[in-house]
Design a protein around this ligand. Structure first.
Ligand SMILES: Nc1ncnc2c1ncn2[C@@H]1O[C@H](COP(=O)(O)OP(=O)(O)OP(=O)(O)O)[C@@H](O)[C@H]1O
Ligand SMILES: [Mg+2]
Length: 185
């Protein structure tokens, strides 16, 4: 163990590994006993999950199982009937989506919800509209183009003319443009 990675006994006590990554400290996201309804119809039953830094977590379930509903709750688009959501130690299940975005969660909605009549570059820049991210947008854009060279080649192309996979790259790239601590999709 590298002593630079872990500086005190508390952190050592809370550390463990996932997929070879050394994880320390408190969870980033904690979803506790969430129930959610659309009107009288229940869509989510008593769901709990914990996500640590550097973890990649997949939510698996059949169509209509409630995956998108849970993501909408995490991002503040839907209020749970009961249960709590904490992000970086702070309760967020009563905050509006813009506040949750500012805390560092970026939501890539189902289908991408891109601006089809705008170019790749314009769509990506829209992801950096908040505060600090706007000042650093050129640097972040270079990073996103590094991850997705295809988007750099097509930066002036209208998003409505991209392939499905290319659109998904734009959706992920746009989410990264806000320099989030966590992406959910
Ligand atoms: N706005 C809504 N109003 C009423 N019912 C809804 C609404 N959104 C979702 N539902 C219902 O809630 C249940 C969960 O839907 P949800 O979209 O969370 O499923 P999912 O797991 O994301 O499915 P998929 O894999 O098909 O994307 C479904 O039965 C769906 O019909
Ligand atoms: Mg869904």
């Amino acid at each position: 163990m590298d002593s630079n990675e872990v500086s005190n006994q508390d952190e050592i006590d809370q550390s463990f590994t996932v997929n070879g990554n050394f994880l320390t400290g408190k969870p980033m996201l904690e979803v506790n006993h969430i129930d959610a309804f659309y009107g009288k119809v229940q869509a989510v039953w008593n769901v709990s999950l914990i996500i640590h830094q550097k973890e990649l977590v997949a939510l698996v379930g059949s169509n209509g199982a409630g995956k998108t509903t849970l993501l909408n709750i995490i991002f503040g688009l839907l209020r749970p009937a009961s249960g709590t959501v904490n992000f970086m130690g702070r309760r967020i299940d009563r905050l509006p989506p813009d506040r949750i975005g500012r805390l560092g969660i970026s939501y890539i909605p189902e289908g991408g919800r891109l601006f089809r009549e705008m170019t790749v570059c314009e769509n990506l820049e829209m992801g950096a509209y908040m505060d600090e991210a706007w000042k650093k947008r050129k640097e972040t854009l270079a990073h996103v183009y590094g991850l997705f060279p295809r988007l750099k080649e097509r930066k002036r192309q209208l998003v409505g003319t991209l392939s499905g996979g290319e659109r998904q790259m734009v959706a992920i790239g746009r989410a990264l443009m806000s320099r989030p601590k966590m992406c959910i999709f």
